[in-house]
Design a protein around this ligand. Sequence first.
Ligand SMILES: [Zn+2]
Length: 468
Amino acid sequence: MISGNVWGGTGSSLPTPVPLSRGLRLHLLLLAVLLSLLAFIYWWYPSDAAAETDAAPAAVAAMVAAASGVFVAETRRKPKPVWRNYTVAKGDTLSGLFQRQGFGGSTLQQVIAAGQAAVPLANLRPGGELRFRVDEKGQLLAVSHAPGDLDTLMMESGSDGWQAGVRHLKPTPHTVVKNGSVDGALSPSLRAAGITSGMAAAFVKIFHWKVNFRRDMRPGATFAVIYQQLMQNGKEVGQGPIEAAELTNAGKVLRVYRYENGKGGYGYYTAEGYSLEPSILRTPLRYTRVSSTFSRHRWHPILHIWRPHYGVDLAAPAGTPIKAAANGVVKYIGRASGYGRLIELENMGAYSTRYGHMSRFAKGLKKGDPVRQGEVIGYVGQSGEATGPHLHFEIRIHGKPYPPLKVKLPDSASLPKKLMSNFQQTIQPLLAVLTDPDSDSSRQRLAALDEQPLSTARVDQGNNKRDL
Ligand SMILES: [Zn+2]
């Protein structure tokens, strides 16, 4: 009731030169009563933690605030704990900072005793945010540490000593379309449009089955990519995968959409539900040139006789990795006369593929092993009858060889029919944005996509690294 007495009385004791009107006196009296009530509650609930559990003080404070701002300020008699913010500078150490903040060495030891969780504090990174919660006596109550944009380490002093916890912030997805035209090489053009080099590589990977980017690109080619940026405090801290991509080149438009393939994985599919990836790779390695083509009659360079050549020879430096041309099972692995080191894969249906002249096989690969398309099964060499390092590659149907560069291949993987109607519904807004990326309606469509995280957007690994 002390604060009440300061303002108490009827007004006659106040040194006012002009007598107060009755109304003003009543007004002051009312305020005094309110203030007394507030002061009482304030003393009753000394800690702000307790105050938060009861709505009454807040309500009173609001009433007083409505009456006059002065009184609210006046009632802050007892200093509350405050947060002191600090940005870590180069060379800062925790002990140095504790010293400068005036916290004793024992406090530092208690914080460190919290164990593994305190490790990030010991490895302060310049630019990181440190916050100290300090009571009126300058005692440290809590430390929070945000080394990056995502996770915040929070340590608080409690009855059982210092406790630590990590708060993971959830970035907000922001769906964007980036588009432009290819001016010169593709990758710099993509980067000029604000596409990261990682995403540019993903773009190339999607379309390289249909387009040879070094040979086939024509002036006027354009591209567009839709993906989700992950935003934290207005900064991009990560990105999701490409959700939809378009490449227009030489009058042809290629568009694909990322979609769950029904087997737990994701793939890129055209609006008709087809993958751009061929069912069988015609050239399952990075080769330098085709050194010999398929022929039913060929003058053999070593045997000097007419003999058919049942595959294609793809010259490449010794040691170049050779990939499985399609999913399959190892039917043969070992030496086979003229073939040298040979692998034969049994692929889908009646198809099989042969890989000859290898210098060595992939480690541990044996007969009966399943292999996936693109998996490295061996390395280029010149074992068997070969004049230089190359891969002899065959595609066979029912055991009969066909020219690998020309044979008609089975259809590419396609989405299961039962997924098609949902797929086509899902891609509608993406298709609309790709065809008209800069319109208002596209902006609205992209904003609507923010609400439903598209697929498996991930935070950049670099930013997500934790010291914990
Ligand atoms: Zn050959």
